[in-house]
Write a protein that binds this ligand. Structure first.
Ligand SMILES: NC(=O)c1ccc[n+]([C@@H]2O[C@H](COP(=O)([O-])OP(=O)(O)OC[C@H]3O[C@@H](n4cnc5c(N)ncnc54)[C@H](O)[C@@H]3O)[C@@H](O)[C@H]2O)c1
Length: 352
């Protein structure tokens, strides 16, 4: 490194506002690269300054599969970026603030995680969020279609049952739609199901695996308790208690936070667990199976959450529901009825 470069680095360190943000920087991008940044994947988080976005950004900075982490938000992206960038892990972090920097945030990304939008307040349903979040997701997906049409998209913004169809329609319009690469994140339902079932069984949650299918709101969340691993059985009372608690897990947190938002920390954990699995699939690891809300032919609905196998191209295999018991069959019919309306709402938001 020559003397000028070293002085530029020191100057940048003393005036950090000039460094991490794209555009008008005293340092070029290349100079911001930390030495030893491991080869890995490029990941963008859209909505990175939010309640989910911040812990999500922190945890992704700790993921050894990530070499570059782009943090985009319409507020406070510089602060979060400066903070996260001090962590001595391999990933290089860059911040992007506001719409004019969206394209720079997205260019070259392998995985885009979207927790942008408003969260639920007490009394609000996920559908109440629709109007605001639908527009945000549309704008962000238009950016993805322009700048990284081959990226895997992990969509967290609610209502997922409608935002995934919105994203699909945006990508179709742009001519970039690949259903294998668009995944609605339902991992939090699985994480909650594993935890609550482990509590009832007296097991370590890490030993428990519960498939959760359907969608990501109220009765559309259908835990398949008959397919829990390790194999076990539940009384009718336990089944009803667990199903309801898993379906209402989000509301449990919304009420406990009493106006201060919805699940953020457990959601960030779930999002990172899911993103890590997507990256391992991209890397070519075998047998990466997780639940996600995707375009599907498992039921008559165009989108449905089931277990899927993740690979180099995204969703490589979609698993059938498997044998359901009577309680689950009734739940499935109820879930499908509600899901159909939410999917239609998303599709017509773009097609109208
Ligand atoms: N999928 C799930 O399981 C799950 C769980 C919990 C919450 N959520 C959803 O995640 C979303 C975020 O929740 P939160 O608690 O982090 O909310 P938050 O309000 O704390 O954060 C949202 C962030 O999005 C940003 N934002 C708003 N408009 C944007 C735009 N156009 N471009 C980029 N960023 C934008 C905001 O500035 C804010 O920083 C909500 O829609 C919430 O309902 C999903």
């Amino acid at each position: 490194m020559d003397a000028n470069q070293r002085i530029a680095r020191i100057a940048a360190h003393l005036h950090p506002s000039n460094v991490q943000m794209e555009g008008g920087s005293v340092l070029e991008r290349a100079n911001c690269r930390a030495k030893g940044g491991a080869p890995g994947f490029k990941v963008a988080i859209l909505g990175a300054a939010g309640g989910i976005g911040q812990p999500l950004a922190m945890l992704m900075k700790m993921n050894p599969l990530v070499s570059v982490l782009h943090l985009y938000d319409v507020v406070n992206a510089p602060g979060v970026t400066a903070d996260i960038s001090h962590m001595d892990t391999g990933a290089v972090v860059r911040g992007f603030l506001g719409q004019p920097q969206l394209d720079a945030a997205l260019t070259g990304m392998d995985l885009v995680i979207i927790p942008a939008g408003v969260p639920r307040k007490p009394g609000m349903t996920r559908d109440d969020l629709f109007k605001i979040n639908a527009g945000i997701v549309k704008t962000l997906c238009e950016g993805i279609a322009r700048c990284c049409p081959n990226a895997i998209v992990n969509l967290i913004s609610n209502p997922v049952n409608s935002t995934v169809p919105i994203a699909a329609e945006v990508f179709k319009k742009a001519g970039t739609y690949d259903p294998k690469r668009l995944l609605g994140v339902t991992m939090l339902d699985v994480v909650r199901a594993n935890t609550f079932v482990a509590e009832v069984l007296g097991l370590d949650p890490r030993e428990v695996s519960v498939p959760v299918v359907g969608g990501h709101a109220g009765v559309t969340i259908l835990p398949l308790l008959s397919q829990v691993k390790p194999p076990c059985s539940f009384t009718k009372e336990e089944t009803e208690y667990l199903t309801k608690r898993i379906q209402d897990g989000g509301t449990e947190v919304v009420q406990a936070k009493a106006g201060a938002g919805s699940a953020t920390l457990s959601m960030a954990y779930a999002a990172v667990k899911f993103a890590d699995r997507c990256l391992k699939g991209l890397r070519g690891d075998a047998d990466i199976v997780e639940c996600a809300f995707i375009e599907s032919r498992v039921t008559e609905l165009p989108f449905f959450a089931t277990q899927v196998r993740l690979g180099r191209t995204g969703v490589e295999e979609i698993y059938q529901l498997g044998p359901l018991n009577e309680y689950e069959r009734v739940g499935l019919e109820e879930a499908k009825k509600e899901l159909a309306g939410s999917i239609e709402k998303g599709v017509s938001f773009i097609r109208k």
